[in-house]
Design a binder for this molecule. Structure first.
Ligand code: NAD
Length: 476
């Protein structure tokens, strides 16, 4: 396992209080190490460092900044095995997935760094001697808060965009998966990112976020996590009139139409469902299947669930690890009990696996009534509730009936039906005939209560820039 620490003003520190929390391996429940927590004084030092770091970093020529960020990406790539192992130990996902996540985030960093070269402004023709221009500048020191489900992916989205845009950052990564974040920070510092530009803290999440957001020097708040916490942080930021980027949860519908291949749809949807044990904000989580193909879909989906090999993510051949923490186990148990008590059929799983670690069986529920909690609450775990429909418009209405709108999936052979789904799905991330994962070239983000602001693509960088309109009257 790696060493844990706070990284403030270019130095690793154990914080000023000496207070720590244990970090657990969710596959064994063993303690991996003790994580120091920041005090308000530590946070103030981090903000002061970020202010100095911002002044230094934004003044470095873009080509040099990009070269440093590429160097960080290369270091990270060369450590994919090591960082992937740390991630599996503290989060539980299979090592192959963890290593893949590391490789992906290194590429995302490269992409953001290169995209920063294209943060073009524009000159607007005028009728007189004024030069009217639009310019983009880094917003300033950023406070970011990231969860535990993608221990490299979530922090890197924020760090890559902030540093590429020329901002500094104070990031509070998850206290449950701190080792991966520490490993990322080491890559940046070894690549030559100056002191103060990137600061990593841990602590009591509510206290840290309240304290950081209130600091006038913090110019942007970026959060990935649950909708209730997102609303809380957006309210804090709103009271200071600070912009926010909110990447929140959803409850992604999958509509399988009568003309779709139910076997292919079931295989693809089941794969996406059980990746990272369903702890993915875009995980397919409500399956609406046309009655003509319902039985075939369910049969194949159950077969796919049976093929999932649950175990310690470090063991060969394991395709689904434990849940990341005991809170998710409890949530899964409650959702299944509720659905069954309301008349759903429990076809597979539905319970904790009897061994050490936070393992929950891949679970399939069919004929789930609309009032079951799992149909309206994001399960964020390996539960697949499947229901049938007769009329596509009804299915689309059900898909759009929740106040969330992150991801949505549709399966159909008809281009007209596909286009209907694309136009009518109220979601920010759509996939047709597959379950597409996140890509760094294109923006990800939700609509409705799933948040605002984007991660990835040119839109991702835009969130970290401010726009200035400059009208310059030429005088002799
Ligand atoms: P939670 O809502 O308590 O926490 C979610 C994340 O936010 C955690 O990383 C936590 O440390 C952080 N957090 C909590 N309170 C905070 C605060 N006041 N200030 C700053 N950060 C704070 O829930 P949880 O039990 O960790 O996760 C459960 C739910 O969170 C899931 O059901 C899912 O909906 C959501 N979640 C979403 C994502 C995502 O990628 N959008 C990731 C993880 C969790």
């Amino acid at each position: 396992m790696t060493d844990f620490g706070l990284f403030i003003d270019g130095e690793w520190t154990a914080g000023s209080s000496g207070q720590t929390v244990p970090v657990l391996n969710p596959a064994t429940e063993e303690i991996l190490g003790h994580l120091p927590l920041a005090t308000p004084a530590d946070l103030d030092r981090a903000v002061a460092a970020a202010v100095r770091g911002f002044a230094v970093w934004r003044a470095i020529p873009i080509a040099e900044r990009v070269a440093i960020l590429h160097q960080a990406a290369d270091i990270l790539t060369s450590r994919a095995d090591r960082v992937g192992r740390v991630m599996t130990l503290e989060q539980g996902k299979p090592f192959k997935e963890a290593r893949g996540e590391v490789a992906r985030v290194a590429n995302a960093l490269r992409w953001d760094a290169d995209d920063a070269r294209r943060a073009y402004g524009r000159i607007i023709p005028t009728a007189d001697d004024t030069v009217l221009s639009v310019r983009h500048e880094p917003v300033g020191p950023v406070a970011a808060f990231t969860p535990w489900n993608f221990p490299a992916g979530s922090p890197m989205r924020k760090i890559a965009a902030a540093l590429s845009a020329g901002c500094s950052i104070v990031i509070k990564a998850s206290e449950e998966t701190p080792g991966t974040a520490c490993e990322l920070v080491r890559c940046f510092t070894e690549a030559g990112v100056p002191a103060g530009v990137l600061n990593l803290v841990f602590g009591d999440p509510a206290e840290v976020s309240r304290h950081l957001i209130a600091q006038p020097e913090i110019r942007l708040v970026a959060f990935t996590g649950s909708i209730p916490v997102g609303k809380l942080l957006a309210a804090h930021a709103g009271s200071e009139m600070k912009p926010c980027l909110m990447e929140l949860g959803g409850h992604a519908p999958v509509i399988v139409c009568a003309d779709a291949d139910p076997v292919v749809a079931a295989r693809k949807a089941a794969f996406a469902k059980f990746v990272n044990a369903g702890q993915v904000c875009t995980s397919p989580s409500r399956f609406l299947v046309h009655e003509d193909v319902y039985d075939e879909f369910v049969t194949e989906f159950v077969a796919a669930a049976d093929r999932v090999r649950v175990g310690d993510g470090l063991d060969d051949g394991v395709t689904m690890g434990p849940l990341a923490n005991p809170r998710r186990l409890k949530a899964m148990e409650e959702l299944v009990t509720d659905a069954v008590s309301r008349g759903a059929n429990l076809v597979r799983g539905g319970e904790r696996i009897d061994r050490a670690g936070f393992f929950f069986a891949p679970t399939v529920l069919t004929d789930v009534p609309a009032d079951a909690r799992v149909m309206t609450e994001e399960p964020f775990g390996p539960i697949a509730p499947i229901v049938s429909f007769r009329d596509l418009d009804d299915a689309i209405d059900i898909a759009n009936s929740l106040p969330y709108g992150l991801a949505a999936y549709g399966f159909t052979r008809s281009s007209a039906t596909a286009e209907k789904l694309i136009r009518r799905f109220e979601a920010g991330i759509l996939s047709i005939n597959h379950c597409g994962g996140s890509v760094h070239e294109a923006p990800s983000g939700g609509v409705k209560q799933s948040g605002y602001g984007k991660e990835g693509g040119p839109e991702g960088l835009e969130g970290y820039l401010v726009t200035k309109r400059v009208s310059h009257l030429l005088v002799d």
